[in-house]
Design a protein. Structure first.
Lengths: 350, 323
């Protein structure tokens, strides 16, 4: 029986192993050494690695990202943690103008091996400024790498690869994934940046999903299977570099593509995946691709409105049925738990 | 009184920057240097006075007006001119231009033109170096406008918190592009007092007096190297030419020409030359020889840049990532 860990523990273990192996790795972020340990992802690390390498920081997102960039130039490998993506918007000068460019604009003489962990909030009224998933923004910028692991296994393997990578990596964790469990081997292993993963094989429709939407896609695939539809679910997991080949090959096989992501529809990463599929697998497509994404409004706070805001497995399976001409015969199942929490054990507030 | 060797070195350093930039200004209309240039003519004393107090292994970070800082820290002249000409032999392979100079051997870790952006990076480089047990000091050069950026305050706060061996050098040349200090900051407040308000030891001096600059810098470097933490130095100085480009722009009327003429009378190079001659450290002839030597060095650098190849097309997509 393989060992199972929570996603948050997998993150914690990845940082722990990297710090033990390489003295140039350090961890910094607001709340990193606090009693909650960034949703458990940093708990115990200070006791193990000391207060010089596991640090709290001033509430200065831009300045401290610049400091991290500077330490990277001096030979360190900083891992910065922000408790929400939204907070890192204060640091866009340092992330986009500086970290992403220093290698190129100085002719390859300098490198910025920086990891910025950003957490995507959702539910319990996170609202307009605690829930944005801006992966598409970061993935737009040459010089940045962007990964969004879905499983505990990938969280650990991708974080180790990110910390060891010589380029700045934006590492996005969905808050609703921290509590999920899955098999995680002990010791160091790596999941390469730039590789997608087929989570479930199928021949009828490709569902390419990102982060938490992969779980919704797997649920959708379960219900579709009951209707005789074999959905192939791909976890994109690395947005830049993007493993285009895995998606395109799947679309050539199935002829149908649904992209499911937790960002906004317009100018979102889903559009990029659709474009690549259309450019490279147009003759295989049996119907127009479909994007499952957020409607173009800020995140509402009220649970009633938020329930309407976030697409779920039902939207994905409905899109697949529409593509395949399958009529829904089962009556809709009423939600067994509130829709604004990942599972009933989550009782807020953050 | 400093010894003759130091005085001569300071003079040569300033003269070299002046001659290099005047030649850039002369050649610029030929349209072969196809990138913005921000000349520091008039401000040479700050760069030279500060960098003279540093070791070669110390780090310097700079902004858009970086030629003087780069040269004063020991950056290679030929690579700089080739960079401005956009050639493969440039210090950044032609990918950066005048606003992105770099010379790792000289400890000049980089210049970028987003106002204030290298301030935290300089703090981080100094702190990271200290974390590794090195005894390096970092200097960040920036202008008066940078004090209006949030990141300046964030950086001072952290530098003091961690006693980072960094020196913040503010070249207050009174203008942010065409906007005078008076429309940007309250007049009753001195810039160095803002840093003082953060609890960072801060001083102000005449930025056109290279000896005053060097003396403050020397103290700050000694303190930083000894673990005493950051210092903020404000040097008042004046940019003679336009914000960006080779010309004078007093015809635009954004600053009174009399103001420029007053500052011109306080040329840092002329002032030191007078001292050198009076003290008998240098002769007119010696100074003339110094000038010709720098001029030939610059001509050779221009020749090198012009003859250098363009970057290969394959460089376009190179160095975006490690591999």
């Amino acid at each position: 029986m393989p060992r199972e860990l929570k996603y948050a523990q997998a993150i914690n273990e990845a940082i722990d192993l990297c710090m033990a192996r390489d003295p140039s790795v350090y961890l910094m972020g607001l709340g990193v050494p606090d009693p909650k340990g960034v949703f458990g992802t940093t708990l115990g690390l200070r006791a193990k690695h000391g207060d010089r390498r596991v640090l709290d920081m001033p509430t200065s997102e831009n300045g401290m990202t610049g400091v991290a960039v500077g330490t990277a130039l001096a030979g360190c490998r900083p891992v910065m943690t922000h408790q929400r993506v939204d907070f890192a918007l204060l640091a866009l000068d340092q992330i986009v103008n500086q970290a992403a460019k220093w290698r190129y604009m100085f002719g390859g003489k300098l490198k910025v091996p920086l990891v910025v962990r950003l957490i995507v909030g959702r539910g319990w009224g996170q609202g307009p400024q605690h829930s944005q998933s801006l992966h598409s923004w970061f993935a737009h910028v040459p010089g940045l790498k962007v990964v969004m692991p879905t499983t505990p296994y990938d969280a650990k393997g991708l974080l180790i690869s990110s910390i060891e990578d010589d380029d700045p990596v934006i590492f996005l964790e969905h808050r609703w994934l921290h509590g999920i469990t899955g098999p995680v081997p002990e010791g160091v292993y790596r999941v390469p940046l730039g590789s997608a993963r087929v989570m479930r094989e199928g021949r009828d429709v490709t569902i390419a999903a990102i982060s938490h939407m992969c779980l919704e896609a797997l649920r959708a695939a379960d219900t579709l299977a009951e209707d005789g539809c074999q959905a192939e679910v791909i976890d994109i997991r690395s947005l830049r570099p993007l493993d285009e080949k895995t998606v395109v090959e799947s679309v050539r096989k199935t002829g149908r593509l649904i992209v499911a992501e937790g960002g906004w529809r317009s100018c979102g990463f889903g559009a990029e995946i659709v474009a690549r599929a259309v450019e490279q697998a147009f003759p295989s497509l049996k119907c127009p691709p479909c994007r499952i994404a957020l409607p173009d409004c800020p995140t509402p706070t009220s649970p009633r409105l938020a329930a309407k805001f976030y697409p779920r497995a039902a939207e994905i399976s409905e899109a697949a049925r529409a593509m395949l001409g399958i009529r829904e015969t089962r009556p809709p199942v009423p939600a067994s738990a509130p829709l604004d929490v990942p599972d009933p054990s989550f009782t807020g507030p953050f | 009184m400093m010894d003759a060797e130091i005085l001569t070195r300071l003079y040569r350093g300033m003269l070299r920057i002046r001659i290099v930039e005047e030649r850039i200004a002369e050649l610029y209309p030929q349209q072969e240097m196809r990138c913005p240039v921000h000349l520091c003519i008039g401000q040479e004393a700050v760069a030279v006075g500060v960098c003279d107090a540093l070791d070669r292994g110390d780090y310097v970070f700079s902004n858009h007006r970086s030629h003087g800082h780069y040269l004063a820290k020991g950056g290679d002249l030929r690579s700089m001119i080739a960079e401005i000409y956009g050639k493969a032999t440039g210090c950044a392979q032609g990918k950066g231009g005048s606003m992105h100079l770099v010379d790792l051997d000289a400890g000049f870790l980089g210049a970028t033109p987003i106002v204030g952006s290298t301030i935290p990076i300089g703090v981080g480089a100094a702190w990271g170096s200290a974390l590794k047990g090195e005894s390096r000091v970092a200097v960040v050069f920036f202008g008066d406008g940078a004090l209006e950026e949030g990141v300046f305050h964030e950086s001072l706060n952290f530098a003091l918190l961690k006693k980072v061996p960094v020196i913040f050098v503010c070249e207050n040349n009174l203008y942010s592009v065409y906007s005078p200090l008076a429309v940007r900051q309250p007049g009753e407040r001195e810039l160095f007092c803002i840093a003082g308000g953060h609890g960072v030891e801060s001083h102000q001096a005449d930025g056109n007096d290279v000896l005053a600059v060097r003396s403050l810098a020397e103290r700050a470097v000694e303190k930083a190297r000894g673990g005493g933490g950051p210092t903020f130095l404000e040097f008042k100085t004046y940019r003679w030419r336009e914000h960006c480009g080779p010309n004078y722009d007093d015809d635009l009327g954004y600053r009174p020409e009399t103001e420029f003429l007053e500052w011109k009378k306080r040329c840092p190079i002329a002032a030191l030359r007078e001292r050198l001659l009076e003290a008998g450290i240098c002769s007119d002839r010696g100074i003339g020889e110094m000038e010709s030597a720098v001029k030939s060095e610059m001509e050779a650098a221009v020749e090198f840049a012009r003859r250098s190849p363009w970057p290969a097309d394959t460089l376009l997509m190179g160095d975006v990532y490690a591999s």
